[in-house]
Ligand binder design. Sequence first.
Ligand SMILES: NC(=O)c1ccc[n+]([C@@H]2O[C@H](COP(=O)([O-])OP(=O)(O)OC[C@H]3O[C@@H](n4cnc5c(N)ncnc54)[C@H](OP(=O)(O)O)[C@@H]3O)[C@@H](O)[C@H]2O)c1
Length: 437
Amino acid sequence: MSKLVLGMVGFGVVGSSVLKAILANGEIINARAGKQIVLKSIVVRDKKKAEKKLAELNVIDTNANITLSTNVDDILQDSEIDVVIELMGGVEFAYTIAQRALKAKKAFITANKAMLAYHRSDIAPLANGLPVGFEASVCGGIPIIRVLKDGLSANHILGIRGILNGTSNYILTQMQQFGKNFATALKEAQNLGYAEADPSLDINGGDAGHKLLILASLAYGIHAMPEDILIEGIADITPDDMEFANEFGYVIKLLGIAKKQDDEVELRVHPSMIKKESMISKVDGVMNGISVIGDYVGESMYYGAGAGGEATASSVISDIVAIARGESAAMLGFSRPLEEGKLRLKDKEKIHSRYYIRLYVRDKPGVLGEVAQILGRHNISIGAFLQKETDEKNIATMLFSTHHCYEREINHALCELEQIDSITQKPFKMRLEDEYE
Ligand SMILES: NC(=O)c1ccc[n+]([C@@H]2O[C@H](COP(=O)([O-])OP(=O)(O)OC[C@H]3O[C@@H](n4cnc5c(N)ncnc54)[C@H](OP(=O)(O)O)[C@@H]3O)[C@@H](O)[C@H]2O)c1
């Protein structure tokens, strides 16, 4: 049997799981690939740590003759290596490795969504027929890249709604189901190893934004950057918001949303209130879920582990098998540019949605009228309404949903509300995403 020789940069959570899977499931992987998959070299920063890990995996006893190095050139300049697998993270150095691997005529695999969020459209033309795999970069073990690239290739993608970040989903699930506040739920996620010591990208929506941008390239051929789209996180959500959601039949999820209308595409990541009956609202804890609507297929839904070594390694290995089989579709799924009109990114101000609003107000007569008047001046009408006392004397929480309006209108209205004497804190808004239900 001929061989496919791999060089891997990074031997952390994902890298070590890739090796583990090759050792444990080598026979079935090789049979599917039609080649013997051989991991020849691994590059890390700390060789001692990596040696210890290899010993733990019993690699010494398995005749897997793996070389460890701290110099990436040992992989990039090794003519025997067919595929470079980048599993170290970071943006610019990882991009340099992609460039150098492709220049050296090696196939390239990565799980690095942060790097792809910025450089996917730089890498695509460099590939020039060489395979580039990134199945593991979005939603760990869910094969959503292949779904958009191959499975749904007959369709215009009308919309995507995805729970793309397991850590934030775990926190929101704990808040919703057990009444915890954000800080407690985050601490718990960290203690359980779901959140990084620095969880910023998970909770500020940045990680979900990176993944949404990758999906948008495959679905629409649109190559936006993180700075171009609306990204909001979950840190400002309170038990009051959860109570309102529960009362009116919603759950709160951090969603990555793409919507195509005519020649415009909306891309945004933000916490959203969605109907309890919707399929995606049932995706709880650290799990990920994505609903895709195609014009021919209708809605299809994908659910599974969005992170973790084993699930992510499963996707990395699917890329290895595809390369061994000789598959080399265009990296971002379009073999030639779309002729039917280039899609444009929709202006954030033109988002049209229902909104949920939380206000802290001085508990005195006439405040509701004052609030309603300001909203009315901006063409916003109130839907459901809930008022609660707070622990603070004479301060009440006013919670309500609105009917549809434009983002521009709600922003102006909230700015005006913030100025009035009766409002004691910056108003908070969240979008309601219930139009598919
Ligand atoms: N963990 C997940 O569940 C998951 C899921 C999907 C995607 N991903 C993506 O997969 C990638 C790897 O994640 P991970 O969780 O496996 O990370 P990790 O556990 O922190 O491991 C990173 C590895 O990369 C090595 N490394 C870092 N910088 C390096 C450099 N400059 N040169 C050589 N080696 C370097 C580290 O070596 P030392 O230990 O010697 O420093 C370590 O072995 C990231 O892009 C991540 O976003 C992860």
